[in-house]
Design a protein around this ligand. Structure first.
Ligand SMILES: Cc1ncc(COP(=O)(O)O)c(C=O)c1O
Length: 457
């Protein structure tokens, strides 16, 4: 019998690496929550890459749906055709979307979805005879993408700084909503939420009523602040302020949407509906790149009855294969009861994290919602003083976790874009209790190695 020769996978010299000095393993394959490199090392995926792989790796139903679509039609430009998977996915999303959301614009990722939302907000006011409205307000310490429009909206100073001269001057920033870090002594959650929301109204008044087009926020802030949910009441107040001043509310659910926080749309938990909402990441589960911008019927109608044309577009809008993946992902989430699993396993993971790290001298806060958690690291628990950013604690933890066979998503700059470290956890929705034990054990060993409990800043 002919034995196939093992394929030697070499690292290419041509791929532009994200981190120039990184010596990354070469991925070979995935199986459920595990990723396996070409040396046979296994890594437990506790973050879905960047909160992407919500069904784990190698989900048969989604792979089959993608393959079947490839056999029918892979690509047809949206100026010539619509497609069954795009129409089907749009209908499924609208059926599950917050009240008033009626139309879907499919793109290839989160930044593209955010660009589309910003442009649609601007065009809406041209269509409705309010051309003065051009300012966009977002929040400090948010992340909305790396293309220049989305980066301009992003409030993370580190990600912005070297591109600052290129960023859009019509973008402005107000306070984030992060009670644990920013509340005053004796201030309760409600009062803090009122104060954080009031910073939006102050900014609208400062820029001039009638000149602000939209406010952008992540319902649960992901990559840059580490899974921070809002305090109760914050978003209702934001909605009121937007309504009072005729400002559109754009919710960026690129990371926290599509079931990640236990509801299909994260805003469901806040009891409010946006005018525009963006999704990506979990929508394609990493099997296909796809994002979407969803807007209200009244915004769509204004464009349709006005110029009749949204002046935007990309080559891969509404890609049939990506949309077929999206349909299969939504079916998988619903038919397998995965939203319930997100909530049940989320509660168990939270309990396990608190039990293991709640008293750790360098863990300041453990927060999150659904299967979306942030562990904020501090040099000193009482004063919440972050580590010296030069030490790059987050990078050390990522390395130590990989050595333990664990993928988590640590990030620096948690407090102000420079100081602060957190670890983001966003495991696949198919997680079970055994996985939770493994995640906490492996993370515990990585943390102990990086921040021995006697260590100081
Ligand atoms: C909240 C949020 N918005 C937008 C983006 C940008 O998405 P993408 O990287 O797919 O362009 C991200 C990516 O992490 C994100 O977390």
């Amino acid at each position: 019998m002919l034995v196939p020769k093992p394929v030697q996978i070499m690292k290419s010299q041509f791929v532009f690496p994200r981190h120039t000095k990184a010596d990354l393993p070469v991925i070979a394959r995935g199986d459920g929550l595990w990723l396996i490199d070409t040396d046979g090392n296994k890594y437990l995926d506790a973050c879905g890459g960047a909160a992407v792989s919500c069904l784990g790796h190698g989900d048969r139903a989604v792979l089959d749906a993608v393959k079947a679509q490839l056999d029918e039609i892979a690509y047809a430009h949206t100026s010539f055709f619509t497609s069954e998977p795009a129409e089907r996915l749009a209908e499924m999303l609208v059926d599950r979307a917050p009240a008033g959301i009626a139309r879907v614009y499919f793109v290839s990722g989160g930044s593209e979805a955010m660009e589309a939302s910003i442009k649609l907000a601007r065009q809406y006011f041209l269509e409705t005879g309010e051309p003065r409205r051009h300012h966009i307000i977002a929040r400090w310490q948010s992340y909305h993408g790396n293309t220049l429009g989305a980066l301009s909206a992003s409030g993370n100073r580190w990600r912005r700084s070297q591109f600052e001269p290129l960023l859009v001057s019509a973008m402005h920033h107000v306070d984030p909503c992060h009670y644990w870090r920013w509340h005053d002594d004796g201030e309760d959650g409600r009062a803090y939420g009122e104060r954080a929301a009031a910073s939006l109204e102050d900014k609208i008044l400062e820029l001039g009523p009638g000149s602000v087009a939209a406010f952008i926020a992540e319902p649960v802030v992901g990559a840059t602040m580490g899974a921070v949910p809002p305090v109760p009441g914050y978003f209702s107040r934001i909605r009121e302020i937007c309504d009072r001043h005729g400002v559109l509310l754009i919710l960026d659910e690129v990371m926290c949407g599509m079931g990640r926080t236990g509801t299909m749309f994260a805003s469901e938990a806040e009891g409010i509906a946006p005018d525009i909402v963006t999704i990506a990441k979990g929508l394609g589960a990493g099997i296909q790149p796809i994002g979407a911008m969803l807007c209200s019927g009244s915004i769509y109608d204004a464009v349709e009855q006005g110029s009749g044309f949204f002046q935007h577009g990309h080559t891969y809008l509404g890609h049939p294969v990506a949309c077929a993946a999206g349909v299969a992902v939504l079916n998988a989430i619903e038919e397998r009861g995965l939203l319930q699993n997100v909530r049940t396993m989320g509660a168990k993971l939270q309990a396990a994290l608190v039990a293991r790290f709640g008293q750790h001298p360098h863990v300041g806060d453990i927060r999150g919602r659904g299967l979306f958690f942030g562990i904020e690291l501090v040099a000193d628990r009482n004063s919440k003083t972050p580590f010296d950013p030069g030490r790059k604690v987050h990078a050390e933890i990522k390395k130590a976790a990989m050595a333990e066979g664990l993928m988590c998503y640590p990030m620096g700059g948690t407090v102000d874009g420079k100081a602060g470290d957190h670890i983001l956890l966003a495991p696949p929705f198919i997680i079970d209790e055994a996985h939770i034990g493994e995640i906490v054990d492996r993370l515990g060993r990585a943390l102990d190695k990086t921040l021995p409990q006697t260590a100081t800043a």
